[in-house]
Design a protein around this ligand. Structure first.
Ligand SMILES: [Zn+2]
Length: 115
């Protein structure tokens, strides 16, 4: 029973992997969405709302360099503990902090790679 429901999914997954061609950016992004479903969570209205509530709560101030950044496109709602696909850690507002883009892209990414 469980096996029968699982099998078709495995089939579609392998055909998706075969279709994947390196170098095609759109295809690569689709491939990532398929293999990392949490990427889709960033596109939801729920995330947009949560992200904004974190930026407001932290007063648009980067929690790493303490700089006030009024331009919200330069701010990131950053997961303190990397969620690594965990729905709980992803949506938990106490696990989120407002971080400016330069800080997020430099130190935070390095930290995550190390972990
Ligand atoms: Zn910063």
């Amino acid at each position: 029973m469980a096996l029968r429901t699982l099998k078709p999914k495995v089939g579609t997954l392998t055909s998706r992997v075969k279709r994947y061609r390196p170098g095609d950016e759109a295809e690569r992004s689709r491939y990532r969405d398929d293999t990392q479903p949490w990427r889709r969570w960033y596109k939801t209205a729920r995330w947009q709302k949560l992200r904004m509530s974190v930026l407001v709560r932290d007063l648009f101030t980067c929690q790493m360099c303490k700089r006030l950044e009024p331009n919200t496109s330069q701010l990131v709602a950053d997961h303190k503990t990397p969620h690594r696909g965990s729905e709980y850690l992803f949506w938990k507002d106490t696990n989120l902090q407002c971080v400016c883009k330069p800080c997020h892209d430099s130190s935070k990414q390095r930290q995550e790679r190390r972990a």
